[in-house]
Write a protein that binds this ligand. Structure first.
Ligand code: F1P
Length: 357
């Protein structure tokens, strides 16, 4: 007897499905938050912005860094908190004018809080927090902190918190008079996804029911590469499946040896790299892989080759695609977890927050 997802998981699926609405709520919250304008002005003067996080929040830091550079032209980097704590010299913190953004859903992760404390107190760097928790440990050690409580989750794994904080940071970058006005895009991506998310969930459940995979590969380039890394983490956390992210064109240089009918290969197709990336997709289909194609609009070659095609079909700048492109992989990871007998609300071996002694 298969257990239905609603009998096992009480939080994760509703939280995934709530993302379009949560994005709009969070956007409106930020627009009226007093700290938002101050953080925006402080970051606008940075010679470089260092984004920091742990786990999903590190991949979020990478996605935020890409979006920020594309929007504002400023130099950015992303590092896991542990790298700064263990190898501060390698973190190259001596450049004048570095500002730091520490991302933590809980605002309690020891490595994230300790890093914020170290950078502000020992390296005298302006340090800002982005979290989903109010009155957090993180806020006590940062100059200023932006909170998105509507995006917080009951569940262990990060889904809507990841995409909402990414869009929130993108909103910060946009407000600096960047080349693109991306804030109007949030309503467009929420509407484009909201109109199809229930059907997408049912299609994802049916796809997972019809296939059993031994390996999960996630491929992306540019601002979508951190999305591939986060998607790989989701299927590992929710279903204990082995997953690997690669830059799409890098996959040809060796890792493609793994491709078989038991390999699920998810392509996050950018608009900038569509021609080159879709050639890899067609090649991997010819090698026998099962192809999940995620794009804004699919060229005919992708439409013919994909075993599962998701098109957002929204008239938005490319970097606004990162958040909505994550929803299908979250749904697929959830249903793989249910099929394998796990409860995605309480993943094996995991705690909601990593607190160190
Ligand atoms: C970071 C994190 C999550 C991970 C798990 C444990 O949490 O590593 O990325 O999925 O929930 O905690 P946070 O610092 O963003 O609260």
């Amino acid at each position: 007897m298969t257990v239905s997802s609603s009998q096992v998981s009480l939080h994760t699926l509703p939280e995934i499905l709530s993302q379009p609405g949560t994005w709009l709520t969070s956007q409106n919250t930020l627009a009226i938050e007093p700290e938002f304008a101050v953080v925006r002005e402080r970051l606008a003067s940075a010679s470089e912005i260092l984004f920091v996080g742990c786990g999903s929040s590190f991949y979020l830091a990478e996605a935020a860094a890409s979006a920020w550079t594309l929007l504002s032209g400023q130099h950015t980097r992303a590092l896991p908190a542990s790298e700064i704590l263990l190898f501060p010299e390698l973190a190259q913190l001596k450049l004048k004018g570095i500002h730091v953004v520490v991302i933590s859903r809980s605002g309690r992760t020891s490595e994230a809080v300790r890093t914020a404390e170290f950078l502000r107190a020992k390296r005298d760097l302006p340090t800002f927090g982005v979290t989903c928790a109010l009155n957090s440990e993180l806020s006590k050690v940062c100059d200023l902190t932006i909170a998105l409580p509507a995006a917080d989750e009951q569940s262990m794994v990060m889904t809507r918190s990841f995409t909402s904080m990414l869009l929130g940071i993108t909103q910060l970058a946009t407000a600096q008079g960047s080349a693109h006005s991306i804030v109007p895009s949030f309503a467009k991506i929420a509407s484009a996804l909201g109109g199809q998310i229930e059907a997408l969930n049912q299609k994802a459940e049916a796809f997972v029911s019809a296939h059993t995979f031994a390996d999960y590969i996630y491929l992306a380039q540019g601002p979508l590469f951190p999305v591939a890394r986060e998607a790989a983490l989701k299927v590992t956390e929710m279903s204990c499946s082995y997953a690997q992210p690669y830059h799409t064109l890098e996959f040809r240089h060796g890792p493609k040896s793994i491709v078989s009918p038991e390999t699920c290969i998810t392509f996050f197709l950018s608009e900038t790299g569509m021609e080159a990336e879709s050639e890899v997709l067609v090649e991997m289909k010819e090698l026998g892989g099962i192809i999940v194609a995620i794009c804004n609009r699919a060229p005919d070659s992708v439409r013919r080759a994909a075993d599962f095609l998701f098109e957002l079909q929204a008239d938005v700048p490319e970097l606004a695609l990162a958040a909505p492109f994550l929803v299908l992989p979250q749904l697929l990871a959830f249903h793989v977890g249910i099929k394998k007998g796990f409860n995605p609300d309480e993943p094996k071996n995991l705690s909601r927050v990593v607190i160190l002694d």
